[in-house]
Design a protein around this ligand. Structure first.
Ligand SMILES: Cc1cc2nc3c(=O)[nH]c(=O)nc-3n(C[C@H](O)[C@H](O)[C@H](O)COP(=O)(O)OP(=O)(O)OC[C@H]3O[C@@H](n4cnc5c(N)ncnc54)[C@H](O)[C@@H]3O)c2cc1C
Length: 388
């Protein structure tokens, strides 16, 4: 890491720490209780330009590398916040940036960078296809200068807090393509218009405050100019964006891991039972120490993933997935240890641990679950037979 890079990270961590002090546990608890979107927190990050960190300067962002995006999200989670409400504003634009036309970039990126346009909905998952993305059935059929969209998405997070959405849909039916990965296309849908023309969004209440939804498309017309890149090549475009998503989500898990370690160590030092701090007992110390080692090890893989991503190394996919898996597992271990260290107080809402613990669990499932990551390593790195 160069001195300049280290200085930027230090400055960013300092800025994020101050924001998180302003939006403390009490704020997050109230939002969690009501399952309300943390608008004020997101507005503050937007105002500081933090969500536009990865947008090139020529389009109004700060043109930072992914390791800086990673530092921002790590710090939010480490200092008690939750970036799940807005992390997608940082990376969903990558599909437009990498595969959109110059006209689309000029039209959308400056607004996204300024926070005037929210692009934080990413519609891939469908109820019947699940992780098998190539089996999605939402169709976009070309009719003159429009596409007509029919189908259903599920788990489309932040759709109610987004102006635009990156949508993956079939443009050629599965039985008419040579390869299953062909015939899928990506669109940048203006949800403000689509909502007036057959798009219905229903919130899904979950165990965490994540603003996730299901979306129904009933003959929704979208302009042909919404197509990103070439028709039929959408699956490739989506895959390239997923590496950034996994690295950035892994960063949040790293932050969660650090949060739990600090909470656990602080409490273990202060809480006195049987006339001595509980942290003096090795039965309390060792699980915290082991979780620390695992969080640090996961961080080293995350750093490697960032380096590979920044140098366009072909190993990026493997390490982005590995970082996502290891950081989420390390955070979960640290969360469990933090709970055990706090005894009964772990489940008291005012300690924030139970909320963070619920939130940390998600990242072992989304955006991709552990089994699918292991299958990827087995098949693509270890050259074992494909299991499904
Ligand atoms: C809160 C939340 C927010 C989300 N946000 C978004 C979003 O914004 N946009 C979006 O498109 N999606 C989103 N998702 C969807 C998320 O990416 C999926 O839930 C996740 O990829 C798992 O897919 P699934 O739920 O369909 O599980 P399934 O595919 O039904 O799998 C269920 C379980 O079976 C395992 N499994 C499946 N196949 C195999 C196999 N061949 N071998 C071994 N194990 C297997 C999986 O690992 C998993 O553990 C979100 C999900 C949640 C819960």
């Amino acid at each position: 890491m160069s001195v300049e890079h280290e200085e930027t990270v230090t400055q960013i961590r300092d800025t994020v720490r101050k924001v998180c002090e302003e939006f403390s546990g009490e704020y997050w608890r109230a939002k969690d209780r009501e399952r309300q979107y943390p608008t004020e927190f997101v507005d503050k990050l937007t105002e500081l330009g933090l969500l536009a960190a990865l947008i090139p300067e020529e389009y109004g962002g700060s043109g930072m590398p992914i390791s800086i995006g990673s530092a921002i999200l790590t710090a939010i989670h480490e200092f008690g916040g939750n970036a799940g409400a807005c992390h997608a504003q940082m990376y969903t634009m990558g599909t437009v940036l990498r595969h959109g036309s110059e006209e689309q970039k000029q039209q959308y990126l400056p607004g996204i960078a300024a926070g005037e346009l929210r692009l934080q909905a990413f519609g891939v998952t469908e109820p019947t296809a699940g992780t098998d993305t190539l089996s999605i059935s939402t169709m976009a059929v070309r009719k003159g200068d429009q596409y007509i969209v029919n189908g259903q998405k599920v788990w489309t997070s932040r759709a109610l807090q987004s102006d635009l959405m990156v949508l993956l849909a079939r443009t050629t039916p599965k039985d008419e393509v040579k390869k299953r990965s062909d015939g899928l296309s990506v669109f940048l849908v203006d949800m403000r218009e689509a909502k007036k023309n057959g798009m219905t969004i229903n919130p899904i209440r979950t165990m965490i405050n994540h603003s996730t939804t299901e979306i129904f498309f009933d003959n929704v017309p979208i302009p042909a100019s919404s197509l990103i890149g070439e028709e039929g090549k959408g699956f490739r475009y989506i895959l390239s964006g997923m590496n950034a998503e996994r690295i950035l989500i892994a960063s949040e898990s790293l932050g969660d891991g650090r949060y739990f370690l600090k909470k656990a160590s602080d409490y273990a030092r202060e809480r006195v039972v049987f006339g001595r701090p509980i942290g003096q007992n090795q039965g309390i110390q060792f699980p915290i120490a082991r979780a620390f080692a695992n969080v640090e090890a996961a961080e080293a893989i995350l750093e490697k993933a960032c380096r590979y991503y920044e140098s366009d190394d072909p190993r990026t996919g493997t390490y982005a997935n590995m970082a996502k898996m290891l950081t989420s597992e390390a955070a979960w271990e640290a969360g469990d240890v933090c709970m055990q260290t706090h005894g009964g107080f772990a489940v008291a809402e005012e300690y924030d641990i139970e909320r963070k613990w619920r939130e940390a669990r998600l990242y072992r499932i989304a955006p991709i679950s552990t089994n699918l990551i292991l299958s990827y390593f087995a098949e693509h790195v270890l050259e074992l037979p494909r299991s499904y």
